[in-house]
Design a protein around this ligand. Sequence first.
Ligand SMILES: *[C@@H]1O[C@H](CO)[C@@H](O)[C@H](O)[C@H]1NC(C)=O
Length: 194
Amino acid sequence: MNKAEFITAAGFAVSLLFHMTQAEACPASCDCKSLGDMKGLQIDCSSRKLTAVPALPGGTKRLYLQNNSLTSVPPGTLDSLRSLEEVETSDNPWNCDCHILYLKLWLEDVSEPSLAKVRCATPAPVRMKPLRQLTGNELGSCKRLLPIKCLEFFWRDLILIAGAIITLILAAWALKFSKKLVCQINLCQSTPRG
Ligand SMILES: *[C@@H]1O[C@H](CO)[C@@H](O)[C@H](O)[C@H]1NC(C)=O
């Protein structure tokens, strides 16, 4: 086996290992079963008092997360589940602030019927409301992030503008100074003759 072959084989082994641990492992807290001919996994994580969605195999076809203690799903968590066909996320104390938007949009894409079953638990104004019905206004409790960002942009712009003005003043001053210098040189050259 030469060097290149060895590297290829090692790479293959590592990717296989990665694939096995990342894509096929059943989360410790869930029941997993193969769907046989349907080529996929059914992962049952329901009624387990889970407070976070566990790392899930890429081949997940059916996912049951109902009746847990889930409040939120960090953005991107479910993006790798490309072959998902069925998902249950109801009966969880979902906290419907602006961070729930990821779950809402993901469920809209994956399964409208299961989105319809999801109800919010907190904050108080949206308690027991279906997540599907929440509008931008009701999800807007993270809007206070916006003015901070605006202020950041304001200071950045102010510094840029101040920088530009200082540069202009310096350039004008340099121009004036160089003109003076040219005048003086001309004067020096013309006086001996005059
Ligand atoms: C929900 O989960 C709890 C355990 O966390 C269990 O005792 C209860 O029976 C479950 N309810 C349903 C409707 O499955």
